[in-house]
Ligand binder design. Sequence first.
Ligand code: WT7
Length: 660
Amino acid sequence: MSLEEKNLPFDEYIYNDKWRSRTIDIKTYWEYHKKSVENLEEFWASIARELEWFRPWEKVLDASNPPFYKWFVGGELNLSYLAIDRHVKTWRKNKLALIWEGEPVDQTGYPTDRRKFTYYDLWREVNRVAYMLRNNFGIKKGDRITLYLPMIPELPIAMYAAWRIGAITNVVFSGFSADALADRINDSQSRLVITADGFWRRGKVVRLKDIVDKALEKAPSVENVIVYKRLGLNDVPMTEGRDWFWDKAMAGVPHNAYVEPERIESTHPSYMLYTSGTTGKPKGIVHDTGGWAVHVYATMKWVFDLRDDDIYWCTADIGWVTGHSYIVLGPMLMGATQVMYEGAPDFPQPDRWWSIIERYGVTVLYTSPTAIRTFMRFGEEWPRKHDLSTLRIIHSVGEPINPEAWRWAYTNLGYQNVAFGSTWWMTETGGIVISHAPGLYLVPMKAGTNGPPLPGFEADVVDDNGKPVPPGVKGYLVLKRPWPGMLQTIWGDPERYIKTYWSRFPGMFYAGDYAIKDKDGYIWVLGRADEVIKVAGHRLGTYELESALISHPAVAEAAVIGIPDPIKGEVPIAFVVLKQGVAGTDELRKELRQHIRNTVGPIAEPAQIYFVTKLPKTRSGKIMRRLLRAVATGAPLGDVTTLEDETSVEEAKRAYEELK
Ligand code: WT7
């Protein structure tokens, strides 16, 4: 595929008045970029020096055992200290750090449930929770704790508290099912789970603790569960001796508890986060402390240009990496004021977000293409009801943004006067890698591009042999040098780390994305090159969905693929072979969809289920999902020489047409 075929506006440069003084031409940018990567260690050291270290590093980058790179070796720091204590020591002490809005709003859309925290407020809470974790539950450095919490202030507070004492957080998205939660607790061997009784979503109560109870039937490593009363439900089942309501868990914690932040080695893991890959179970991606902090801090400055008078809002959920880097850590490293909310973009009306922007005067917005496309469908009248003129920067993340959605948001949210980019990165990179950087220099924008790689990052697009492709030609996205926020390994499986990321192209990090570079060197990421599906920006592996389907007694075999969707980017569909004697009814389709919701989570529900008697496979028995994708999208089948039985494709076609 070439740029032209995709209709990408790769030669259209967009400028606006507000950012003209920061805009530089791309040639000048590349000169600056070149210097940064040629002096990689000095470049990153100069940024790391802006943070406060308890002990300075001895070596910026230890590359003696690739691909197990180590950053800021010998250095000691503490994320909780950097995010909070550091500001409490300055005039920011009583600066507003966090503005939180719960879902309940009145008929006029006004929030009835709000909480605000200054840095000093957070400092008190974090110290008390750290004291509780350490003294009441015996949590110590290196222990894993699983956080299965909705978007409430206690989630970031618990994370800072954990990092204060060197515990490793394992946040599980509150939309995941009991099975998914159990897998993640077991793989991480967590001792403690922190959760809530429930939360609000679209006017309905989601009962979180019930899901935890179900998960714990299969997760024996957990000694204790702490339950925050978000809703105050009075029928929460509590297991004696194991489960504690938050206030009981805090028993004996002094009102002015202080926990000295531990001196954490730069290379000590701060968090792990599970994400989906091509094959096998989700992988626990492990991140260090120092490298991650430096990466996030740098990108916070360059990409979001945060200043003391900004009001920052990242609409992501902390259950994904975006929330880790750009809600929990990034804005707090900057001493910023940020907004956090519970609920959904279209409840009670499609202007919940615009009312939030207007209410707090949000200046910097970090959001997703899926959200923008959803709002496009609701129409301009919703943003028009509100004053969004405070916005000066918008960025999107999670999947490619189509030029139409970019233009819509640039005009209807940004009034054609914002810097607006699509930041490429992934769970594994720990922070943004390819992006416009209005806080540094802004190169001319183009609708739908990711822009050039940031300084200090060397990204390229290569062919099957690892050779750079010429401009305009589709290839694989790789990173050619280590970078500070990079993953350290896959929890408990270093071999898989090497195999997944560093074996396809020796010496390069394989991201798993297709991309093209244009003649200016801007990168346009096109989508996944593997079996990963991005549903509304959320990452799902076909393997998880297929094994969930197979776990149903009616199913013999299943193949799941992602197909394009105008709003969600992609949605999963499933081709299912039923066990002998089972009838493929609509009833069963419904049941299988519900089964996926229960075993993986609502986001994974297939858009359609097709019953077939066999799947297209190679002679060696590998499912040829590529052919199913061709069937569903009407694309040419391509090479079918390895296909074992051609009637399987015919059958898939028939099954597909039948439900059209
Ligand atoms: C995959 C990583 C990074 C936070 C959220 C996603 C896709 C991400 C973009 C973008 C095109 C993007 C890629 C990547 N992706 N951002 N701006 N343009 N594609 O993290 O869940 O680990 O997913 O998301 O396909 O590989 P993740």
